[in-house]
Design a protein around this ligand. Structure first.
Ligand SMILES: *Cc1c(COP(=O)(O)O)cnc(C)c1O
Length: 460
């Protein structure tokens, strides 16, 4: 039932901003596996995690049962500066592709940090502040998470210490300066500031760093500085919870016009935007109310869902973090140096991993030159300059729309456009100069990394 012609942009009013996050774990029959202590193999409880994480965030991390968690007023007020975000009907892209499919995208790039990460950054900073902490530490890869956290900390008056993967620190000086504008201190990782950084530098002199390595440094810095805790921008259950605001708004906007998606698509790095986007739809699917096809899109050079193992693994390279059960390429896996398209984390959110394992979502891996082709076409017809990460979802959405063109099916496709690519012009430049290649890891390389997966005491 369509009530009127659907506008280019469906906006919700401020009053329609969700009042509660939705916790999809409440509806999962098979809950995501608990975090384990790497030394003993015992599940990590509230007390075990307090040295590293904020109290309220641990409660959210461990809560597999409460479906709706109210969004505190202070966080909703911050959300109102840039939310509800628009759901855009991609009329121009449909026209360009000559597809009968209807395509929509939820655009999360309309804030200075340029991505969806601000949705969780403000929540995590808020709970740290409410606990009376002085500051937070974190890692950042491409820089979006660090930027988002810097903005949230500046707003709340919290100190923010960011370990930035060295290759990004050097390639993206402007990202770094945005963070410093918001008052964060930014250190290239691996650094000499932490024990684990010094150890990694000794073993791998000249390394350009990795997310897993920066995480180890940030965790160490939080554990050693009183009044500081560590926060993480993806992967964790709490982050997917905060990101459910994306899916709740998407669903509310579609419901206004009686639109029911057939396929929901998102790029998957650590899984937070996709987890958030699909949450309310997955809830319906889990409760048997409605069915949707859900598609995770990852880079062929870092294919954790499509080629990884579902196993307990470290979240970081330094092996100081708890073990999480997830699809992983091994915590030592570092994507090839010519990989420019983001989404370079070795693992995947335990929630998404479980849903994938249970056959409730599908995954596809795409090559980066194909991703940038899609990004460029999208920019030219829809106007928005997409982040390389987001462009994985664009690629898959276009491929699905082109299939519809062949079969004549009028499917409704919704995808997450997670952010803008202004700071990714080095990658675009490589693409334009024909210097971008597609490195796909061999089975032997992956096997060598799997061989180093941790042996968990008490588990086989
Ligand atoms: C961080 C980021 C991603 C990937 O992270 P997820 O946790 O998988 O969502 C995707 N797009 C943009 C723009 C990002 O900044």
């Amino acid at each position: 039932m369509t009530f009127e012609k659907i506008p280019y942009k469906i906006y919700l009013s401020e009053q329609e901003l969700p009042a509660a996050w939705y916790n999809v774990r409440a509806d999962m029959k098979h809950k995501p596996a608990p975090l384990l202590n790497p030394g003993t193999g015992a599940p990590m409880g509230f007390e075990d995690l307090r040295g590293v994480f904020c109290d309220e965030l641990i409660r959210q991390e461990l809560d597999n049962d409460t479906a709706e968690i109210p969004i505190p007023r202070e966080i909703r007020d911050f959300y109102k500066m840039y939310r509800p975000s628009p759901l855009v009907r991609a009329y121009c892209l449909e026209e360009k592709l000559q597809t009968p499919a209807n395509i929509y995208y939820k655009f999360e790039g309309n804030n200075t940090s340029g991505s969806h990460k601000l949705n969780s950054a403000i929540a995590q900073a808020y709970y740290a502040k409410r606990q009376g902490l002085l500051g937070v530490t974190t890692e950042t890869g491409a820089g979006q998470w660090g930027t988002a956290l810097s903005m949230a900390c500046a707003y709340l008056g919290l100190d923010c210490k960011v370990y930035m993967v060295k290759v990004s620190y050097e390639q993206k000086p402007f990202r770094r300066e945005v963070m410093r504008t918001y008052g964060a201190s930014v250190t290239p990782s691996p650094s000499m500031e932490t024990e684990i950084g010094r150890k990694i530098l000794q073993e791998h002199p000249g390394t350009t760093g990795s997310l897993g390595c920066a995480i180890s440094e940030a965790v160490e810095a939080a554990a050693k500085n009183p009044g500081y805790r560590y926060v993480l921008g993806s992967v964790l259950n709490q982050v997917l919870l905060h990101q459910s605001v994306i899916g709740l708004e998407t669903k509310a906007a579609l419901d206004k016009y009686g639109v029911v998606p057939d396929i929901i698509i998102g790029c998957a790095g650590g899984g937070s935007n996709l987890g958030g986007l699909i949450s309310p739809f997955m809830g319906e699917k889990l409760r048997g109310e409605r069915d949707y096809r859900i598609l995770a899109v990852e880079p062929a050079s870092c294919p954790s869902l499509t080629r990884g193992k579902f196993a307990y693994d470290f979240c970081d390279t330094g092996m100081v973090c708890p073990l999480a059960k997830m699809y992983t390429l091994g915590s030592g896996f570092i994507p090839s140096a010519n990989h420019a398209g983001g989404l370079r984390y070795h693992g995947m959110s335990p929630v998404l991993s479980q849903l994938y394992h249970d056959g409730l979502i599908e995954a596809v891996a795409v090559e980066q030159t194909k991703v940038f082709e899609a990004a460029e076409l999208f920019a030219r017809v829809e106007g928005i300059l997409p982040a390389p990460e987001s462009s994985h979802a664009i690629r898959a959405a276009m491929d699905e729309a082109l299939k519809c063109k062949e079969t004549g099916e009028k499917k409704t496709i919704v995808f997450g456009l997670t952010g803008t690519g202004y700071f990714d012009m080095t990658a675009y430049e490589k693409f334009h100069n024909g210097e971008m290649s597609d490195y796909i890891p061999t089975d032997e390389e992956l096997q060598a990394s799997f061989n180093k997966l941790p042996q968990v005491p008490g588990l086989d």
